[in-house]
Design a protein around this ligand. Structure first.
Ligand code: FES
Ligand code: FES
Length: 161
């Protein structure tokens, strides 16, 4: 099949390459770029495991074609941390022991970052709405919700400094 040229920014790096027109963004991220932090679950848009940020919004990369991300800015879980520090939401998940098997966590973390970028002081309802579409078989929603609240507080402190 004829390949299609795409350019995108992934975790701050400009990528210019050719993709199969039928390749999903999830396949491109995991298989071509080797960024396996983004998980492949249902591959049907339902579980949230494959969530990445596309131009700042959480999207399910299993139901988006790589060609649809042409010229987009993509952030995966690998792009959340700074050079020396975890993102506050990552640190809060550790501090609240909100990670059990971990399979859903990359998608939950990027969705949480998107929520906090949009709502710096989210209510519990906002948090549950943002995370509700992410299936966690370990049932860790309470700890996750508390972690997002803590991250919101930490980010507000950073803004004051
Ligand atoms: S793997 Fe994409 S939503 Fe489940
Ligand atoms: S931590 Fe195991 S599926 Fe969510």
């Amino acid at each position: 099949m004829r390949k299609v040229r795409v350019c995108m920014q992934v975790n701050g790096l400009r990528i210019e390459t050719e993709v199969d027109p039928a390749q999903t963004l999830l396949q491109f991220i995991r298989e071509d770029l080797g960024l396996t932090g983004t998980k492949s679950g249902c591959e049907n848009g339902e579980c949230g495991a494959c969530t990445v940020l596309m131009d700042g919004k959480p999207v399910r990369s299993c139901i988006i074609l790589a060609v649809e991300a042409d010229e987009a800015e993509i952030i995966t879980v690998e792009g959340l941390a700074g050079e020396e520090k975890l993102h506050p939401v990552q640190q809060a998940f550790i501090d609240h022991s909100a990670v059990q098997c971990g399979f859903c966590i990359p998608g939950v973390l990027v969705a949480s970052k998107a929520l906090l970028d949009r709502h710096p002081d989210p209510t519990e309802e906002d948090i549950l709405e943002a995370l509700g579409g992410h299936l966690c078989r370990c049932g860790g929603y309470k700890a996750m919700s508390e972690a997002v609240k803590t991250a919101a507080g930490a980010m507000a402190e950073q803004v004051k400094l």
